[in-house]
Design a protein around this ligand. Structure first.
Ligand code: GLV
Ligand code: MN
Ligand code: MN
Length: 412
């Protein structure tokens, strides 16, 4: 075991999760820390204060990504990058995303305190809006950093209150003037993200470390159904343009189309809104989201291509608009990084296995730029995107130790 790994502190890492969980804490023990919200800003502030104590630099960019940098002995070399995200779903848990940031920070602290200086700089990042709940679609910060999406697409996106990403990022910059603004994007030497699995595999297989082979594909859509307000008591059914009735016919048809007896296709409508949403008014507008996932890109393409035709088929007498918000096909991480992770887990005597990520991650976009991999640790019963999300301090520390070894191997 290297000095670095033995110095990783399980207790400190756990306490930091507790400190982060206070930012956006919900009464049921989870967090609501949506992207660029005050809770997100406060979480960044807390990390900034820890970084300052260690003499580490902090940076941000035009998308409000947040970086903590440990300078290497040759700062001209592209840095080794790690991290994840501090934002959460509205009823999110205490570990999704924040673990990857804190595990990376723990590695930096351990390096600083042990006097080990890597040749390459190591940066820990919290990507802006991984979750996509406040601003859709998600992974804006990493996609913009990697150049897959541009500022012109991202900055005008608005939340339900009409606040744009541009305005929300400006507010973060205003409240944190001590964080230096630098140009958006660079090509890292490599990117390694630690994350809770968010699924049941590691726990069921009694393994501590997941070496992530890749990420399954996902397509997301926004469907807007437009009808007309009318009086609930006086308007005959033949004269109505009821947006809710059309939308529910669409949903029924989509559900049947995507039904998969093998449970490989995952189909979710997580957001549904009607307007004006009054008991005695025929709904004039319905807006809903579609999230489809499948590990086979061909199948995913086929499934996604069925969305618009089905929605149009069931729209009458209303009008429908189907917008595809994001398309991300399945990907495989390179064998080189998987082997480095596997070797680190084996050397530390940790049970490990390879597995595909069923959830999406910012690593998807970094994969387009540089050698990228992911390390998973188990979470209780595989539950995630839920306030009860839970993980053990021992598993979190084990993942941080593996991360430390991998970062050191790439940065030394
Ligand atoms: C990420 O949060 C996802 O929805 O997969
Ligand atoms: Mn996440
Ligand atoms: Mn998530």
């Amino acid at each position: 075991m290297s000095i670095l790994v033995s110095a990783i502190s399980e207790q400190r890492l756990w306490q930091r999760h507790e400190a982060m969980a206070a930012h956006g804490a919900t009464p049921r023990g989870g967090v609501n820390r949506q992207a660029l919200s005050q809770a997100d800003i406060d979480a960044r502030r807390t990390i900034c204060s820890w970084a300052r104590e260690l003499g580490l630099g902090t940076f941000t960019d035009a998308l409000g990504n947040f970086f903590i940098r440990l300078e290497g002995s040759d700062p001209s070399l592209p840095p080794v990058l790690t991290g994840s995200h501090l934002d959460s779903q509205p009823t999110g848990g205490r570990f999704d995303g924040v673990y990857g940031v804190l595990a990376g920070f723990e590695v930096l602290q351990t390096l600083v305190e042990s006097g080990l200086r890597p040749r390459r700089s190591i940066e820990v990042v919290s990507w802006m809006n991984e979750e996509g709940s406040r601003f859709a679609p998600g992974m804006m910060g990493s996609a913009g950093f990697a150049g897959t999406r541009n500022l012109v697409e991202i900055l005008p996106v608005r939340d339900v209150d009409g606040v744009s990403v541009a305005e929300a990022v400006a507010e973060v910059h205003r409240q944190m003037p001590e964080v230096a603004l630098r140009p958006l994007g660079y090509t890292p030497h490599c990117y390694v993200e630690a994350h809770i699995e968010q699924g049941p595999v590691l726990e069921a297989q009694r393994q501590t470390i997941g070496i992530v082979t890749g990420i399954q594909g996902k397509r997301t859509f926004r469907v807007t159904v437009t009808g007309e307000e009318a009086h609930a008591g006086t308007t005959p059914h033949q004269d109505r343009k009821d947006a809710l009735m059309s939308a529910s016919a669409m949903l029924q048809a989509l559900k049947v189309r995507f039904l998969d007896p093998q449970d490989i296709t995952r189909f979710t409508v997580g957001l549904f809104r009607i307007e004006p949403c009054a008991p005695s008014v025929v709904p004039a507008r319905a807006v809903f989201s579609i999230d489809i996932r499948h590990p086979l890109s061909e199948r995913l393409t086929e499934l996604g291509d069925a969305v618009a035709p089905l929605c149009h088929q069931y729209a009458a007498p209303c009008a429908v608009q189907v917008e595809e918000l994001s398309t991300a096909l399945s990907l495989e991480f390179p064998e080189s990084i998987r082997q480095t992770i596997e070797q680190a887990a084996a050397e530390l005597g940790l049970g490990h296995m390879r597995l595909l990520s069923a959830a999406g991650h910012d690593a998807r976009y970094l994969h387009e730029q540089c050698e990228t991999g992911m390390i998973f640790v188990p979470c209780l019963k595989g539950v995630s995107h839920h306030e009860s999300e839970s993980a053990t301090s021992a598993d979190l520390a084990a993942g941080a130790r593996v991360l430390g070894e991998v970062l050191w191997a790439r940065a030394r």
